[in-house]
Design a protein around this ligand. Structure first.
Ligand code: AMP
Ligand code: ZN
Length: 493
């Protein structure tokens, strides 16, 4: 008997706009796809929040005994600067600016992403496919969409015919947009002249001569459109229809809307049963976004090396902070909020540490079984982690009463309390008892900053042997110096 047979999850489905009872396609198995990062820069804490939300979903489903195939991709080609299929490929642009190979960009930021995931105690997904590893699948998908009459080729590029699709299907159903409104609101942008209509989106783009990332196809040497990779990879690994698809709220339109259209055009089926969208992380009441520069990277927050926060915070404190709000609410990252979370996290850990020294009695003054079900009920209600945390604090209050002798607990209840609080804190919320590490991180940052300054002085004195020695020897102990236009920062692995 698995736990999921007794626990009924409800998921807020962005497609229907309601909480729905979760029923996987195959009993006991869950297929989940989450859009991964575009690896052209370091991930910021906004990205981390979204991936953390789905890590918690993954963890809870596994805790319930589901066999979960969790696919989270790496976007390493095809993501243009502008969602309307214009502008440079983000990775190509970075490669041009830094005078390195696009695949060096991809490698650097994939490594950074993996380091961040490790720092925050993420579970690895079951499959982590890349867009460039699935060019053949994407080309095949385009051929099918063309054969089905929903795409057309112009000058070596292939576009999805949104207007044709909307005659028989409903374009915009996820983001609640109507094609007429989109027509009304679309501005003509340069470079769109190949399209029949501005709302059409690229499935394949012919590469300009200077574009390095290119592959042969029946239409031209070029590269796939961004939306296509997720359709190709999700259906390859999870089937034409699968259970859960996740991503940040900002991906609803156009990315996920286009995924639905591609799937319906190719296979005739809506791909996903439950669409889940994590809300945005804000910084200073403004969305954290690479494009506006309003970002804090994990390293900067963990080291205290930033202009926004008064001190360093441990990875688990940040995880706890994220879990204290529902994944569907906007979350504002503030010093006060993090400081409060640090206190709360310490209180929870102290409570858990006390469990070992609790003495048992012949009766319990608190209904532990009922409390345990309340923890499940919270998570069953669309993964409501803040309510779960409120219940964990209820248990901490009880533990403190047990400590001062004003409450009692039986041996069985103490076992149940201990296993449940451990399961929810460490297994489901993914917290670790690592707050003390932050102090170490703080000191490390100070020491590395000093070495960065000494290296700058060495460079100013044209002592390149010394400056290279500092960089190389730090790299040997796992500390990477990154020279950027705003100075040198460091990452650890
Ligand atoms: P990207 O690398 O830009 O494709 O983004 C990776 C993931 O991070 C996507 O699911 C985005 O929706 C998500 N994301 C980007 N900015 C934020 C933010 N400020 N808060 C939460 N999630 C975000
Ligand atoms: Zn995607």
């Amino acid at each position: 008997m698995q736990l999921y047979q007794n626990q009924q999850i409800k998921i807020y489905n962005s497609l229907s706009g309601t909480k729905e009872t979760f029923k996987p396609i195959n009993d006991g198995y869950v297929g989940m796809y989450v859009c991964g990062p575009t690896v052209y820069s370091n991930v910021h804490l906004g990205n981390v929040r979204t991936f953390m939300s789905f890590d918690m979903v993954f963890r809870y489903l596994k805790h319930l005994g589901y066999k979960v195939r969790y696919v989270r991709n790496i976007t390493d080609a095809g993501h243009l600067e502008n969602d309307a299929d214009v502008g440079e490929d983000k990775i190509t642009k970075k490669a041009r600016l830094e005078e390195i190979e696009p695949m060096e960009v991809v490698q650097r930021y994939t490594v950074d992403f993996h380091n961040v995931l490790k720092t925050f105690n993420f579970l690895p997904p079951s499959i982590e496919p890349t867009a460039t590893g699935h060019i053949i699948e994407q080309i095949e998908l385009i051929k099918t969409i063309i054969d089905n009459g929903f795409a057309y080729e112009v000058n070596g590029s292939v576009y999805f015919d949104v207007h044709k699709f909307d005659e028989t299907n409903e374009y915009g159903k996820l983001s609640k947009r109507k094609l007429e409104d989109l027509i009304h609101n679309t501005r003509e942008l340069d470079g769109q002249s190949d399209k029949k209509n501005p709302q059409d989106f690229a499935l394949w783009k012919k590469a300009e001569p200077q574009h390095i990332m290119r592959w042969p196809s029946p239409w031209s040497d070029g590269f796939p459109g961004w939306h296509l990779e997720c359709t190709a990879m999700s259906t390859k690994y999870l089937g034409d229809q699968f259970d859960i698809h996740g991503g940040g709220m900002d991906l609803k339109f156009p990315h996920h809307e286009c995924e639905i259209a591609q799937n319906e055009a190719a296979i005739g089926k809506s791909p996903v049963n439950y669409w889940m969208h994590a809300n945005m992380l804000h910084l200073n009441a403004q969305r954290m976004a690479k494009s506006t520069g309003n970002t804090v990277n994990p390293d900067e927050l963990l080291s205290g090396n930033n202009k926004f926060f008064s001190k360093a915070y441990a990875p688990s404190v940040i995880r706890f902070f994220v879990a204290q709000s529902s994944y569907r609410s906007v979350l504002d990252l503030t010093d006060d909020g993090l400081a409060a979370s640090e206190k709360g996290y310490n209180r929870l850990m102290d409570g858990i540490n006390e469990l070992e020294s609790i003495k048992t009695a012949s009766s319990s003054s608190f209904n532990v079984t009922e409390w345990q079900q309340k923890c499940y009920d919270a998570m069953n209600d669309d993964f409501n982690s803040p309510i779960l945390i409120a219940h964990l604090f209820e248990a901490v209050k009880y533990i403190n009463q047990l400590k001062d002798g004003s409450a009692t607990i039986t041996k069985e209840d103490l076992n149940l309390l201990t296993t449940t609080i451990h399961a929810f804190t460490f297994e489901v919320l993914g917290l670790k008892n690592d707050a003390k590490e932050a102090v170490g991180t703080d000191k490390l940052a100070g020491a590395v900053d000093l070495l960065i300054k000494l290296r700058q002085e060495a460079r100013a004195n044209k002592d390149f042997a010394l400056s290279d020695k500092i960089r190389d020897e730090l790299a040997e102990v796992g500390i990477q110096l990154n020279d950027g236009k705003d100075g040198t920062t460091f990452t650890t692995n």
